[in-house]
Design a protein around this ligand. Structure first.
Ligand code: UD1
Length: 378
């Protein structure tokens, strides 16, 4: 008996969402007898360099629906995604909605789908910083609570979800889809040599990314730039700056002066990962980069008070500096220390996570159709 193809609608909105969903979309497309994939881009990130370039490089193809929500306050952005996604879901009638990560688009899409009683799968579920001043923490908590399938990539995520009352059967340890993308691109990355094209010696510079409100929307930004400028005397710095950070710097009239401090526009996926792979260290407040650095074995120094990705500290190459830019002076010594420790890649960060997710989708959707309680978790 032939079974109809299930329609899986994936919602992406920001730069880090794209590399988390690309391998899943590709895997769904590889199984056309079982699945039909529909991709929605909310347009939370809209600059070509924050969005289009990723679609091109990751080979996802153009989204089927573009919601063009753009920037705004959290309420505005979330509300706009909700208003514009609802008619798309009503038209498409998907069997499941997939949402990645922890951004406003993730939260909004999970809310709309669950209220239309469409099962929701959350990719990168169960991460917790336990810091509710971070908008992402609220987004994670709500998205997880209302999702039917929780795809996790980190051992402690299971504990967090169980402690919050999520049924064990809904949790699936599948590995890390962002690492799938990295593995799939590794040959192209090896050929790129982005460092050399910027006049940098592989292994002889620090890569910097800073964009979180706690760091860039207040006085710490000036302190961080000063500390980086001082560090650049020892270790050249390359800093592709997020638009939020650029705007904050322009407003304060901040511009690095040293020739050894290159401030760049945001980079595409391939150039950025090539630079990361060849860096002596990365200094960041991003979530995903802590993971990519751990996979690549590059020491990461995270300018945050907490991380929702503690496995990168306990197993990997990540060091939490806190919101203390003054500690950057010590980075050269700390690099040597991290290099002496044994760093490991967490389990199932192996390039095959998307395949596992799609296997789970197949079993769960078939069980849900048959109405077999105890098999399907929704
Ligand atoms: C968002 C996510 C954050 C994620 C980050 C990755 C939320 C709450 N935050 O933060 O978790 O780590 O994406 O980059 O969802 N802007 C542009 N062009 C763009 C996008 C943004 O100029 O293409 C500027 C706008 O001024 C905008 C600001 O950046 O107001 C912030 O963008 P927004 O999407 O609200 O949040 P991010 O800081 O990018």
């Amino acid at each position: 008996m032939s079974v109809r193809a299930r329609k899986i609608l994936s919602v992406v909105g920001t730069r880090p969402n794209f590399m988390k969903m690309a391998p899943i979309v590709a895997e769904l497309d590889r199984r056309p007898d079982d699945f039909e994939s529909v991709l929605v881009h909310t347009g939370q990130h809209y600059d070509p360099i924050m969005s289009e370039v990723f679609f091109e490089q990751l080979g996802i193809g153009a989204p089927d629906h573009m919601l063009d929500v753009g920037s705004g306050s959290h309420a505005q952005q979330t509300a706009r995604v909700m208003e514009r996604l609802e008619p798309v879901l009503l038209e498409e009638q998907p069997d499941m909605v997939l949402v990645p990560g922890d951004v406003n688009s993730t939260l909004a899409a999970a809310l709309v789908a669950s209220k239309l009683q469409i099962p929701v799968g959350h990719v990168e579920a169960g991460l917790r910083s336990f810091d509710r001043t971070m908008p992402e923490e609220i987004n994670r908590l709500v998205a997880d609570r209302i999702s039917d399938l929780l795809f996790i990539h980190s051992p402690e995520a299971r504990d967090h979800l169980l402690a919050e009352g999520t049924p064990e059967a809904a949790i699936h340890y599948v590995g890390n889809t962002m690492i799938d993308t990295l593995v799939a691109m590794s040959e192209r990355l090896a050929e790129l040599r982005a460092a050399r094209s910027l006049g940098l010696e592989p292994g002889g510079y620090a890569l910097v990314t800073l964009h979180r409100p706690a760091l860039v929307d207040g006085p710490l930004l000036g302190e961080a730039l000063e500390a980086l400028e001082a560090l650049s005397r020892e270790l050249p710095i390359v800093f592709p700056a997020h638009p939020r950070t650029r705007k904050a710097m322009a407003a304060l009239g901040l511009e690095p002066e040293s020739e050894r401090f290159q401030l760049l526009e945001p980079l595409g996926y391939l150039d950025f990962l090539s630079l990361l792979g060849d860096a002596a260290a990365v200094i960041t407040d991003s979530g995903g980069i802590q993971e990519e650095a751990t996979y690549l074995g590059v020491p990461a120094f995270t300018l945050r008070d907490n991380t929702e990705r503690p496995v990168t500290v306990t197993m990997g190459t990540n060091t939490l500096l806190g919101l203390r830019p003054g500690l950057l002076a010590d980075v050269p010594r700390m690099i040597a220390e991290v290099r002496r420790r044994e760093a490991l890649v967490p389990p199932l960060w192996d390039g095959a996570a998307a395949g596992r997710i799609v296997d789970v989708l197949k079993v769960q959707l078939a069980s849900a159709e048959k109405g077999k309680k105890g098999q399907a978790t929704f």
